[in-house]
Every structure is written in C-alpha cells, then in structure tokens.
Design a protein. Structure first.
Length: 265
C-alpha cells in the first residue's frame, strides 16, 4: 500500500524545483514545511503518517474479525449446529424462574469444568418438558467449549441412528465404522431428542455402541429428552442409561412451563 507521507517524501527531490515552500504549524507535531505540489499544499507529514497507521490498524482489525467469523462458522458447521441455534449461548439464556436459574448454573458449571468432565467422562442428562430450554443450554455448553479449543457435535438421536443405517446403502461412500467414529471422536457429543420414535433392537444396539464407545474413551455426552428419567431409561435401554449415569454424571430436570406454549396476555 502506497503511503501518502512516503509519496511526499519521495516526490520532494523530484519536484522541489517546481515547488513552493510555506512554513506551517501543526498543533500536534509543531512546525513543518508545506510544499506546493501539482497545485496542492501538502499537510503535516506526522499527521499523515499517523492517519496511515490508524487506517492500516482498522483494516487489520476488520480482517481479523472476518477471519474469526469464518473460523467460527466452520466450527459451527463441523459441530452440525443448525442455523436456528447458532446464537444459543449460555450468556443469552435468560432464566425466568428458580428451576431455569438452577439449570443454567449447572450448565455453566459443566462448561467451566469441561476438562474435568473429559478426565472422568462425566455426562449430562437433561430431561423434562419440551420447550423448556434443554437444547439451548446444551448448545450453549458446546459454544463455550469450542471457544476454548474443544470439539463438539450436535445431532438428534434419530439422525445419529439414520447416519449409521445410511452406510448400508450400496451407494454409500462411508463405512459403518466411519459413521460410528464420527459420533465417538468429538470431545463432546450432544444427543438431542432422545426417546422420540425410538425402541427397536437395532436402534438400542446402535445407540449403545455410540455411548459405550465414548464411555471407554472417557468422552462426555449430553443427552436431552422430553421423557422423564425412568421413561428415558426404558426407551434407550438400561445399559446405555447406566453408561450415561457413571463418572459423576448429573441429571437436570426441566419441569417448568414451556415458553413455547405461553399465550400472550
């Protein structure tokens, strides 16, 4: 980038014979000599250099913001977080009752202590009424740990099972092992909407394979469900439920009114 101040200094010798000099005073940089070059008087070189630096700093800041935004978009893409939930953070969750406040506190504690959760494979179960903020808090945890350099994957239980079934198609370019590995590898796996349309032996066995694979590697899993704990256990199977409850895992019950069902006054 050509700097105006550098242009002037480079032009001085070349155009001095055709220039006129005018002593000027800059309130910031003191006395300077203004040159009449091509019909225009030059300004304070010190001010112009400062303007160059400020302009370049602003450009670099804009570039950094753009690069950060693109990197975050890539992270959200790798985490498979839907655009609808891209802004669901722990900071944007606004509790309106004691239960919500406790759930938020638990989610913050889990995110703040995620390295410890990784050490012990500590999972988190969020069970209760639909529309009460389970998915928001789960994704909020994912946002925080990704900002801290950890990986996360958000997927519904039905979609996870379907991703495995799809590998049986002859046209599939992925193997069954790859499908399981994609679900086992992330530092955090969020299995959303457990217990919806669930119950076949294949589905229970596939889910057990996922959960047990993560259990063996001490990789935490968050599971959300509209079912109560006992109903969830019956739906996903006792062995999967037991794996999720080991390692100091916590159950958070969402038993308040759904914000989706509220009618305007």
């Amino acid at each position: 980038m050509d700097r105006l101040a550098n242009k002037i200094s480079a032009q001085v010798l070349a155009q001095m014979a055709h220039s006129e000099l005018w002593g000027q005073q800059c309130l910031k940089h003191g006395e300077y000599t203004s040159l009449l070059i091509n019909g225009e008087w030059s300004g304070c070189v010190g001010c112009m250099k400062a303007a160059d630096i400020e302009r370049d700093d602003a450009q670099r800041l804009a570039w950094r913001k753009e690069l950060n935004a693109r990197e975050w978009a890539r992270k959200l893409g790798r985490a498979a977080i839907p655009p609808r939930f891209a802004d669901r953070t722990l900071e944007s969750y606004a509790p309106e009752n004691e239960g919500q406040a406790k759930a938020l506190a638990r989610a913050k504690w889990y995110a703040d202590n995620f390295d410890e959760a990784l050490l012990h494979g500590t999972c988190l179960l969020m069970c209760g009424l639909k529309g009460t903020g389970k998915t928001h808090l789960a994704i909020g945890i994912a946002h925080q740990i990704m900002r801290n350099g950890r990986s996360a994957l958000f997927i519904s239980v039905s979609r996870a099972i379907r991703s495995i079934k799809e590998t049986y198609d002859k046209a599939s370019t992925r193997t069954e092992a790859q499908a399981y590995r994609d679900l086992v590898d992330p530092d955090l796996l969020i299995l959303d909407e457990a217990g919806i349309g669930f119950g076949s032996d294949f589905e229970k066995n596939a889910l057990l394979e996922i959960i047990n694979g993560r259990y063996e590697l001490s990789r935490p899993t968050i599971m959300t469900s509209n079912l109560a704990a006992l109903a969830l256990e019956a739906s996903i199977g006792e062995r999967s439920f037991d794996r999720l409850r080991e390692g100091g895992s916590k159950l958070v019950v969402f038993d308040w009114e759904s914000h989706r069902s509220r009618k305007p006054p």
